[in-house]
Design a protein around this ligand. Sequence first.
Ligand code: UDP
Length: 413
Amino acid sequence: MTNLLDTYADVAGQDVINHLRQLARPLRGMKVIHVNSTRVGGGVAEILTKLVPLMRDLEIDASWEVITGNEDFFQCTKNMHNALQGDHVRISEHLFNVYEQVNRENAQHLRPRLEEADFVFIHDPQPALLLQNCPQRRGKWIWRCHIDASHPYRPVWKYLQQFVSSYDASIFSLAGFAKSLPHPQYIIPPSIDPLSEKNMDLPAEEVGAVYDEFRLDPQRPLLLQVSRFDRFKDPLGVIQAFRIVKKFVPDQQLVLAGGGASDDPEGEAVLREVMEAAAADPDIHILLLPPDAHRKINALQRAADIILQKSIKEGFGLTVTEAMWKGKPVIGGDTGGICLQVINFNTGFLVSTPEGAALRIRYLLRHPEKIIEMGGKAREFVRDNFLLTRHLREYLTLILGLHYGAGDRIDLS
Ligand code: UDP
């Protein structure tokens, strides 16, 4: 019988699968719980959707819990997210109180399971206070920070730091994001699932169908950015870049495809700004997609000639990985995890301004052979570094390391 993990052998290589089985053997039966604040929308949910079943496939007793919260809670955590990424956002005492209260309430029903788990991975700040509310915990607790908190707004980081300091370890996506914390910190970049609906190969007809569905012209160059409507993703900068390019290459079209995550209350306001900015231009298509439109996004990414991710701040940027896996060069903001993926002039271009993005778009449109060459390198770079199998391996290694402590040797034979 083929199990889930074996289906990855074709794309990742049999050696990789064998290695995962070897690493997981000593961890069989261990209880591992991941906790975040949304089951759909955003990169964390994307990863957990597959990482947890793969851990189960390796006979680890893995599960995924999602905390719930009210509007004030998500307002607070959104502000916190923005502040950790550097915005000077003041958070009222009332919102902090709600944040603490919601964590207490969630802990009430999650506590029995969390306290008996061997490993608990708490994703991002939303559920970070569960640890304080699980005093009888017996396992190791790891805070997994997915955002770029390298230059946070100090008062908000100081507040959060007092809680996350009590964890046994933390994980950041890039070395540059690591903080001053009194426990071991691990660097694990995220990954994509090559077999998911978002990333699997699609029949050519399905890719072609997006032109009709979204009234795009298959004869004209297509630029695409897929993102939540969030200021850090700089959708307005993308529109500006598009306008500059249009002066020189008038026949291109731009798709901004996005939707909301249920833990992101700011999206509507940003969407309104984007719609206003795009209003007069029939070549800018703003697509609001439901959170489960994975195949559609996949098809759009495959249909596009060039993919942009012009973020000003970016934890990692799974949309970049997804685009590169589809053999597309990415023009990405020179920030955070995008720099780990886009090797400038090789797998794409790093840019800091709309003018810079426009320059690179024009270059690629003039050199279609470069689109193919860079896109091919991009795909192989993702295969080597950013597939789910690598991610799983690093989680297993971390668990093994924490489980066996500081010994200089772990015998996996
Ligand atoms: N995504 C989606 N629908 C959207 C916008 C984004 O499915 O309307 C997906 C996108 O394909 C990617 C993830 O959500 O898998 C976003 O992850 P990323 O790391 O790029 O950004 P985040 O939203 O976590 O900041």
